[in-house]
Each structure stands twice: as structure tokens, then as C-alpha cells.
Write a protein that binds this ligand. Structure first.
Ligand code: MF3
Ligand code: CO
Length: 264
């Protein structure tokens, strides 16, 4: 069942997403060689709590932390650890969730650690651009397959591959609501989008082949060929004419302007 949100509910989603955007920006300030992914997780927990939210991921389906931190060939759902030390040239995807006033925010950004190789930066840029191509299709009257088609064609034309095993999703009072939002598809396929649907769009794009390996910790996924993977996610509300983006990268990108890490 797809829940259409009222304007008031959409404003509550925007508030949860604002806190999440600020949280990811706070983590962006910390990203540097020598930092562990567990340090990032601890800061996320504190920051979200200090801003009146709850970490939406913590204990979700038994997930043990407040964020997912996926380094290099890890695709998504990497578990923060004091054993994972970021090093020069790495990329780290941070996926976070904030629950506040009954509504979930979900957003992710792939960051650079120090100076990153140009071909990896190109993967990150393409993945982020593909997310916005998908968002351009999230308008009333279009279909869910139009979003996937836009993302897939943009990435495959540039030689990258699209992860199939995991997809975007509806979001609201639950973190994962109907419908599924695949990052692949055909134009004109799938359900018709309606104003008031709220979707988390989240391309997971691989430099090499699309196939995944699921680690035996029960969460972490990585590319089978161990080539890098990128992940960007924004939650949006479907509207007539133009999607309303509820999450924000603005706080993150303000921090990155002043950062020594490579910029996407
Ligand atoms: N953004 C992730 C997703 O949509 C949520 C992480 S799942 C969790 O799948 F269990 F870690 F919360
Ligand atoms: Co998500």
C-alpha cells in the first residue's frame, strides 16, 4: 500500500531530513586519513540525539549502528568499526537515517578521503548526476520505471553498472514503504507516480560489473570484482511538474568547499 502524504506530513519529513543533512555535514568535517568509521558513527549518534531526533537505522531489523559506512568496493550497509581506518585515496559512502515526529529521513553521500584517483571521482560524479536525473522523473503522471530508466541509461552510457539487488523505496512513517524504486527499468513501465508520494531514490553504481557479494556479517555488501562502488540518496516528494527534494546535500557541500578532500 502506498501512503500519499499531506503537505503537513511532507514538512515533517523535511524537518527530519534537515537534521540528517546537518548530521552528514558534521561527519564530512571529520573525514580524513586515520579516522575510523566507528568514530563517525558515534558522532552521528550524538549529533542526531542533540538535535531532537532518533537514529533511524539503529536497531532497524537488528542493525547495530546509527549509520552505514561502506568503503571502496563495499556497496552499502557497511558496519562502522574501530578496525576500519580511512586512508588517503579511499571513498566512503555514509548512509544515515533520522526519525523525528513520526517520520523517517534517509539520505546517503559518498565522500573522498584525501586525494582520490580521477577515475574514481568520475564514478562519484556520474552517480550523483544520475540521482538528479532520476529525481527529474519523479513527477506526477510519470511512472516508476522512468526513474530507473533515467538512472540506468545515464550510468551505462558512461560504462558503469547498476546494482540490482537493492533498490530505492517509499518512505514516511516507515523507513521502507511501497513502492520499490529500482535504479534500472524501462520508460513507461511500473506504477504511475502521484503527487504526495514520497520516495528515497538511491543509485548504487559500480565501476566494474554489477554483481555483488554479501559478507557473512549479515549486512555488508561489496562488489564481486572488488572494484569501487558509489551511492547517493535523497528523499523527495512527487509533485506536479517538479519533484520537491526533502533531503539536502547543501550543508555537506558547504563543508566540502573548505575541505582538503577531493570534491565530487
Ligand atoms: N538507506 C538504507 C536503505 O534504504 C537503510 C539502511 S538499512 C539499516 O536500505 F538497516 F541499516 F537501517
Ligand atoms: Co534508503
Amino acid at each position: 500500500m502506498i501512503f500519499l502524504k499531506t503537505d503537513e506530513e511532507i514538512e515533517l519529513l523535511r524537518e527530519s531530513n534537515r537534521i540528517l543533512g546537518m548530521t552528514l555535514a558534521e561527519l564530512a568535517k571529520m573525514i580524513a586519513p586515520g579516522v575510523t568509521t566507528l568514530q563517525l558513527d558515534k558522532r552521528a549518534y550524538e549529533f542526531i540525539k542533540d538535535h531532537g531526533g532518533e537514529p533511524g537505522f539503529l536497531n532497524y531489523d537488528g542493525y547495530p549502528n546509527s549509520i552505514c559506512t561502506s568503503v571502496n568496493e563495499q556497496v552499502v550497509h557497511g558496519i562502522p568499526s574501530d578496525k576500519v581506518v580511512l586512508k588517503e585515496g579511499d571513498i566512503v559512502s555514509i548512509d544515515g537515517g533520522v526519525y523525528k515526529n513520526g517520520f523517517h529521513a534517509d539520505s546517503a553521500y559518498t565522500f573522498c578521503v584525501g586525494e582520490v584517483a580521477p577515475e574514481v571521482l568520475a564514478l562519484l560524479r556520474t552517480t550523483k548526476e544520475a540521482l538528479y536525473k532520476g529525481i527529474d522523473e519523479a513527477v506526477a503522471g510519470h511512472r516508476i520505471g522512468d526513474i530507473g530508466y533515467a538512472i540506468q541509461s545515464y550510468c551505462e552510457e558512461r560504462g558503469y553498472s547498476v546494482v540490482r539487488e537493492m533498490v530505492g523505496h517509499g518512505i514516511g512513517r516507515d523507513m521502507h514503504e511501497a513502492p520499490e524504486v529500482p535504479n534500472y527499468g524501462r520508460r513507461g513501465n511500473g506504477i504511475v507516480l502521484k503527487s504526495g508520494m514520497t520516495l528515497a531514490i538511491e543509485p548504487m553504481i559500480n565501476m566494474g560489473r554489477r554483481h555483488l557479494y554479501f559478507e557473512d556479517d549479515g549486512w555488508t555488501t561489496r562488489t564481486l570484482d572488488r572494484k569501487p562502488s558509489a551511492h547517493y540518496e535523497l528523499s523527495v516528494a512527487v509533485r506536479k511538474g517538479k519533484a520537491d527534494i526533502l533531503s539536502t546535500f547543501e550543508y555537506i557541500e558547504e563543508v566540502l568547499k573548505h575541505s582538503e578532500n577531493s570534491k565530487v
